[in-house]
Design a binder for this molecule. Structure first.
Ligand code: 13P
Ligand code: SF4
Length: 331
């Protein structure tokens, strides 16, 4: 007999002290099962104040890890421990290499303030926390960089070069990317690690030109993980929740093409909303989680044999928590 996953998930949620969390990029059928939804900043805040001892997190690895770091007493399970491809581009040793790059070019370590995008492993967040730095998301990067600059130090921004450069540009700051051409940390305010999101690299100037030619007057709205030349050519750049608000606030007759992950754009799609790509910009790892996975994870709590539990060692929790809490303290 086949299992009605939806009905079983609903039953397990009623019977267990568990909160199901879903990022906007999850498949629709998974997203609909979530008690808490949002972008990465909203999810971090909401999970911190949620009371249930169990969290089933439908998203990518760094997100579940972040809940464990800010609320270590919680038991955090992930239906799929799917890893964000960008987060995998940097680890502790690459982070140390980036600090050394700056030190070798005349910036003393104590004059470096690291900021890591939340799309990074807890071990990288811990290194950042130990150096007095902070985490940011695409919703609050402007404020966090602004706060970081108050220290008078050089900002080392990891791992997303696009996010770092886009926010530096919007703030009138100089940026450079380690390993990409000339990058003299003495000449730049924001020194970026050379990581990127392959999904957000799919959007091209040709896509923008295509839509502008097809629908004169169309608005182009993109995520700041897109390349700076795409952000520059767009009408709006914002985080997931900022994009949703931007589109909702438009006149319903206004056409808009959106450059971010497919599941989110598809959910927003009405007559005048388009996907800014000729290919389907799906995040492969976000798409790994299925209803069956959610069911099996909840069932494992009921059966007292939890699966895919996120474990972070105490040293990492301590310092990664410092970096995350410094972010959460900034309103
Ligand atoms: P948000 O911070 O907008 O949720 O983005 C997370 C992400 O992974 C974007 O690709
Ligand atoms: Fe990571 Fe890109 Fe997927 Fe976001 S869309 S989770 S940055 S791989």
């Amino acid at each position: 007999m086949s299992i009605d996953y939806k009905a079983e998930i609903e039953r397990l949620k009623r019977e267990l002290p568990v909160t199901v969390v879903g990022h906007y990029y999850q498949r629709d059928e998974v997203f609909e099962m979530a008690d808490i939804t949002g972008d990465s900043l909203e999810l971090a805040r909401k999970c911190k104040s949620d009371e249930n001892p169990w969290v089933v997190f439908c998203g990518v690895g760094f997100m579940g890890q972040s809940v464990k770091v800010i609320a270590p007493e919680k038991r955090v399970l992930m239906p799929k421990i799917a890893c964000c491809a960008m987060a995998r581009m940097i680890d502790g040793s690459y982070f140390d290499d980036s600090v050394n790059y700056m030190v070798e070019r005349g910036i003393p370590k104590e004059n470096i303030l690291p900021i890591t995008y939340i799309n990074s492993d807890a071990s990288v967040k811990a290194k950042v926390g130990e150096m007095g730095g902070m985490v940011c998301t695409s919703s609050n990067a402007y404020k966090i960089i602004e706060k970081g600059l108050e220290s008078g130090k050089k900002i080392l921004f990891v791992p997303d070069r696009c996010l770092g450069q886009n926010f530096a540009n919007s703030m009138g700051l100089k940026s450079c990317v380690i390993g990409a051409g000339e990058c003299d940390p003495k000449e730049a305010d924001v020194i970026c690690f050379d990581g990127f999101c392959s999904v957000h690299q799919l959007f091209t100037l040709d896509d923008i030109e295509f839509y502008r030619n097809k629908f004169p007057g169309i608005k182009i709205a993109v995520h700041p993980e897109c390349d700076p030349k795409i952000v520059d050519a767009s009408d709006f750049a914002g985080s997931t929740s900022q994009l949703i608000k931007y589109v909702n606030d438009l006149d319903p007759e206004q056409k808009v093409a959106i450059g971010t992950e497919y599941n989110l754009v598809n959910r927003m799609r009405q007559g005048n909303t388009y996907v800014l790509s000729s290919t389907k910009p799906e995040c492969p790892t976000m798409n790994e989680t299925t209803l069956e996975d959610v069911y099996l994870t909840l069932k494992s709590i009921e059966d007292n044999r939890p699966i895919n539990e996120i474990v972070v060692d105490p040293h990492t929790v301590k310092y990664a928590n410092l970096a995350l809490e410094r972010m959460l303290a900034i309103k």
